[in-house]
Design a protein around this ligand. Structure first.
Ligand SMILES: Cc1ncc(C[n+]2csc(CCOP(=O)(O)OP(=O)(O)O)c2C)c(N)n1
Length: 336
């Protein structure tokens, strides 16, 4: 794949066996969590919108493996993976889906508004492109304070045509803010193909108009994602500036739970399923002797067990009291 600057190979210096298995485990955890959520949605236990990340796991897991614990993270509404990969409690995430107060956004945000301040994960935002200026603001804050932390801002390919995208890119470049914009190019904005919506052939080209460096990453390959993002973050920490990364990926489910995805062919879906990020990484680790089938089953069983336990916890959690429904609508009512 072409990249506008070369990708440093295995840049993290972290790999080690445990680190590699952790990448696989995180992807499994996200997949099994969302499969459970999908089931619960069909059983009408979850209300509102619910957008699954199934197929895209390598993007969030790889990128966040390259980040530091104190880096800021922000994303759009397809947010389950980023919050889980950042280390949030699975129980709090599942409970959020069921709209209960022990959820990661106190049950008031739902699927699109996961939040985890302890892990510097600032949402979960439903307005396409709306969180990009917030990402610039986070990066501005860290630069202003003289810190070397970076902001990782995930966005969909649909967001690159929004006004807020251009405002955020311009100011981030002008003020040399340490923000990595990571575009999850899964080819579609709802049912519209990226080629029908964007004026450029390659999403990464957008960065040129802002004199911003860019790279293209294989978003189905967790190691490539990790190494690409690590390379960007290293450069940004040395000398603050923004970076644009186009991660080429694919979602296996519809846009949301209610989308039958008739705008794409079965053949296209099948082609991308052959590149499943979990199956592929498993095969790589098996071939390198870093994993055997028994260990894989053990990791998978644990991911399924924790997802089932999270669902049980969510179902057993009490409902939001009616009088709390408006508690956080106005600033006066908020307790922080
Ligand atoms: C400003 C705005 N316009 C329209 C919508 C409705 N909408 C919700 S998701 C979506 C598509 C976004 O696609 P993309 O950014 O590629 O993200 P993906 O769903 O592929 O992760 C649209 C148009 C919205 N939420 N916000």
């Amino acid at each position: 794949m072409p990249a506008t600057i070369p990708v440093e190979k295995d840049a993290t210096k972290l790999p080690g066996l445990e680190r590699e298995l952790h990448l696989l485990y995180q992807m499994l955890l996200i997949r099994r969590f969302e499969e459970r959520a999908s089931q619960a949605y069909q059983q009408q236990k979850i209300g509102g919108f619910c957008h699954l990340y199934i197929g895209q796991e390598a993007v969030a897991v790889g990128a966040l493996a390259a980040a530091r614990e104190d880096d800021y993270v922000i994303t759009a509404y397809r947010d389950h993976a980023h919050v889980i990969a950042r280390g949030a409690s699975l129980n709090a995430c599942m409970t959020e889906l069921l709209g209960k107060p022990t959820g990661c956004s106190r049950g008031l945000g739902g699927s699109m508004h996961f939040f985890d301040r302890a892990n510097h994960m600032y949402g979960g935002h439903a307005i396409v492109g709306g969180h990009l200026p917030l990402a610039s603001g986070l990066a501005f804050a860290s630069k202003y304070r003289g810190e070397d932390r970076c902001t990782l801002c995930f966005l969909g390919d649909g967001a690159i045509n929004q006004g807020a995208f251009h405002e955020a890119f311009n100011l981030s470049a002008l003020w040399k803010l340490p923000v990595a914009f990571i575009c999850e190019n899964n080819l579609f904005g709802m049912g519209t193909h990226v080629a029908r919506a964007a004026s450029v052939k390659e999403v990464a080209t957008r960065a040129k108009g802002y004199d911003m460096p860019s790279m293209i990453a294989d978003g189905m390959d967790v190691r490539h994602m990790r190494d690409t993002v690590y390379t960007a973050l290293q450069a940004m920490r040395k000398k603050p500036h923004p970076f644009f990364i186009e991660a080429r990926t694919y979602r296996y489910r519809g846009h949301s739970m209610s989308d039958p995805a008739t705008y794409r062919t079965k053949e296209e879906l099948e082609k991308y399923k052959q590149e499943d990020p979990i199956a592929d990484f498993k095969a790589i680790l098996l071939s390198e002797g870093k994993l055997d089938e028994t260990k894989f089953q053990e990791l998978d069983r644990e991911a399924k067990r924790l997802s089932a336990e999270a669902m049980r916890f969510a179902e057993e959690s009490s409902e939001l009291p009616l009088e709390d429904l408006h508690k956080y609508t106005f600033v006066d009512g908020a307790d922080r």
